[in-house]
Ligand binder design. Structure first.
Ligand SMILES: [Zn+2]
Length: 122
């Protein structure tokens, strides 16, 4: 069981950062042809919203769910990101921000699943 948890934690890490950096690159390449690198940089730059982690104590907690905890990951902030999908001028950044929130949300699901597995060990 501990080997399974060890494997799942590493898979979670790879999926999390793959969705933050690699997946936006694939989407940009597929949908934005010649401008894919510019779009990829914009989407990957949305990682800057994680600067709000600097306000938390402890600053980094791998088991903490960012969604609903940090200010730029709060539900009102996410609502603003969704609204920003509509104006063409803000759409690209908003897509990146919404992808970021979905990525962090799926990470919360991983955390809950792994913690549930760990609690069965006790
Ligand atoms: Zn985040």
């Amino acid at each position: 069981m501990t080997t399974t948890i060890y494997f799942l934690e590493h898979l979670q890490f790879c999926i999390h950062y793959g969705l933050h950096f690699l997946f936006p690159g694939i989407l940009a390449w597929y949908f934005y042809n010649s401008q894919w690198k510019k779009v990829w940089i914009i989407w990957a730059s949305t990682i800057l919203v994680d600067l709000d982690h600097l306000l938390a104590t402890p600053m980094f907690d791998p088991t903490r769910c960012s969604i609903g905890f940090h200010p730029l990951h709060s539900y009102p902030a996410i609502a603003i990101y969704v609204v920003l999908l509509f104006p063409a001028r803000t759409r690209l950044v908003a897509i990146g921000l919404v992808m970021h929130m979905l990525t962090d949300y799926q990470d919360c699901c991983w955390n809950r699943y792994i913690m549930a597995l760990q609690s069965q060990l006790i």
